[in-house]
Design a protein around this ligand. Structure first.
Ligand SMILES: NS(=O)(=O)c1ccc(CCNC(=O)Nc2ccc(Cl)cc2)cc1
Ligand SMILES: [Zn+2]
Length: 261
């Protein structure tokens, strides 16, 4: 697990070998439920999101990101496994071309059709995301599994904005969206472990908080995710934005803690 260079892991989305900094606490991972360790010290998550900090939605050529104004402690996360206050900077999703796969984390090898990531950085210790992304305790990402079922009313406002950002590089204004509506009803039950960003720069600066309860979205809502394109309007060959997930990484002796027994 101290593999400095991961030559074999030619990630489908990023060409060429991925240089993995350190490489012993990479994400995502498979969460082996019965091997997770209950920690009674883990507190309930405390999210305090202000919809007025929602600014824009854009296609970065890999996923779509909903970005928040993180110049002040207005949309924050604390509690859970965290010692500090963390600021929400963006959320995005990972999904598959079919409902059979698409998530980055797995539960006992079980794949979900998609996974939501709410990305926060430690505003007690750092003043910018770019600083925090390089530090061990710099980031906290909440992962929420998506399952196909009933339509998610809160998600629909976001789904309706996607056709406007079909191509890589497109941005549209997107305001007054409360990301709390995307959290499951039960946010007390989660797993937590120390890991990394799942896309370049893959830095090992993330406290992962993976919710036990999933949210449901409709097949049609997921189909709109898949109508996005990896490619910009100028490129001849248009490629559907699907399978934008990283494969599970070695646990390397890490312990996954659970907030519930
Ligand atoms: N997938 S994560 O939460 O570990 C993650 C969080 C933050 C970053 C830095 C900002 N960049 C970004 O979010 N890029 C991105 C997102 C989705 C895809 Cl599919 C590809 C690239 C990178 C990864
Ligand atoms: Zn992600």
């Amino acid at each position: 697990c101290s593999s400095k260079y991961v030559l074999s892991q030619m990630h489908p989305m990023w060409q060429g070998p991925l240089v993995v900094p350190g490489g012993d606490r990479q994400s995502p991972i498979d969460i082996v439920v019965r091997k997770s360790v209950f920690d009674s010290e883990l507190k309930p998550l405390l999210t305090n999101y202000d919809p007025r900090t929602c600014q824009q939605i854009w296609n970065n050529g890999y996923s779509f990101l909903v970005e928040y104004d993180d110049t002040a402690d207005k949309s924050t996360l604390e509690g859970g496994p965290l010692q500090d206050k963390f600021r929400l900077c963006q959320f995005h999703f990972h999904w598959g071309e079919s409902n059979a796969w698409g998530s980055e984390h797995t539960l006992d090898r079980r794949l979900f059709p998609a996974e939501l990531h709410l990305v926060h950085w430690n505003s007690n210790k750092y003043s910018l995301f770019e600083e925090a992304v390089m530090e061990e305790n710099g980031l906290a990402v909440i992962g929420v599994f998506l399952k196909v079922g009933k339509r998610h009313e809160g998600l629909q406002k976001l789904v309706d904005a996607l056709p406007a950002i079909r191509h890589k590089g497109s941005v549209v204004e997107f305001t007054k969206f409360d990301p709390a509506c995307l959290l499951p009803t039960n946010t007390d039950d989660y797993w937590t472990y120390h890991g990394s960003l799942t896309t370049p720069p893959l830095t090992e600066s993330v406290t992962w908080i993976v919710m036990k309860q999933h949210i449901e979205v409709s097949h049609d809502q997921l189909a709109v995710f898949r109508s996005l394109l990896f490619t910009s309007a100028e490129e001849e060959i248009q490629r559907s934005m699907v399978n934008n997930f990283r494969v599970q990484q070695p646990l390397c002796g890490r312990t996954v803690r659970s907030s519930f027994s």
